[in-house]
Design a protein around this ligand. Sequence first.
Ligand code: COA
Length: 330
Amino acid sequence: MPIQLLGTGSYTPEKILTNQDLEKMVDTNDEWIVTRTGIRERRIAADDQATSDLALIAAERALESSGVKASELDVILIATCSPDMAFPSTATLVQHRLGAVNAFAMDLSAACSGFIFALETARNLLESGRYGTALVIGAEKMSSLLDWQDRTTCILFGDGAGAAVLRNEEGSKGGLGPCNLGSNGSLSELLLVPAGGSRIPVTAKVLEERSNTISMAGQEVFKHAVLNMTKTAKHLLKEAEWDAKELALVIPHQANQRILEAIRTRVGVEKDNVFVNVDKYGNTSSASIGIALDEAVRQGRLNSGDRVMLLAFGAGFTWGGMLLEWRTPA
Ligand code: COA
């Protein structure tokens, strides 16, 4: 049962925070950030913009590009680790504002791997035959989880949203292919937001220590990201019997240019065939693959029949990959 991507959309906030801006906020410099991460600037949501506001615009753009009406949606999944609030889900807020009255909506939490986890969940729902059309969104206001005094983390992240519309199209060729997902909760302490949930609710002490913001063991995360994304990529290529050289485009989670380069050389993908926009947006967590996919489509980088790989790694740890055979929607 081929599940096709009918259209994509994305949104990044207007406000640009450059490395030069960050030099005025913490003890850092443009050269260090560019050399270690490849990031030059990132987008920051306005104070009155929440994750659902970013998600809504990306969703509207994805519906428009796919020619699907909101009322045709059966499923809305939002991958996010920065929801508007603990509940209701960000997805229900977006469902209401879209007018997707026939859809059920829920959030899904897999940190930076969220977009692929949501795609795989949506695919299985559609393949069950009980649902026809799904909207998958990755949306984050990572700036709300950052300690703006911690130079080791605040330089890395940005805000944004990416979305895709999926449909079960009987008789079509290509579409979503093999997927491989993994998790290892034993390493959760290496990348987390310690407080602000039920374990350590927000108190004056939490706010003073800023433990409701991202805490990360950067070098450890780096190693595990390279290891797991490389392993996943090789596993998928073997399963599909594809050669790395046949990949028209790899769309990886955009965390760090050096991570992308390490994976690219280990898997054996040509430089031009890895999509990179981490320089413009930084790490937008579960939004990054959706944004990159939409940019790739709008830049005309995907043609019918192209072999594509999505690849992600994130807190948890979580990781995953998915192969697609691109079909340009009619
Ligand atoms: N500006 C200037 N110096 C900085 C800095 C900054 N923003 N952040 C850290 N430094 C300093 C450190 O304090 C350290 O100084 P010291 O040697 O005097 O102690 C030095 O730079 C090197 O730090 P280190 O942590 O070893 O650098 P690194 O090469 O590992 O790069 C990261 C740090 C965070 C960029 C890198 O580890 C990384 O990208 N990790 C993965 C993070 C990630 O992608 N997370 C999300 C996954 S989904």
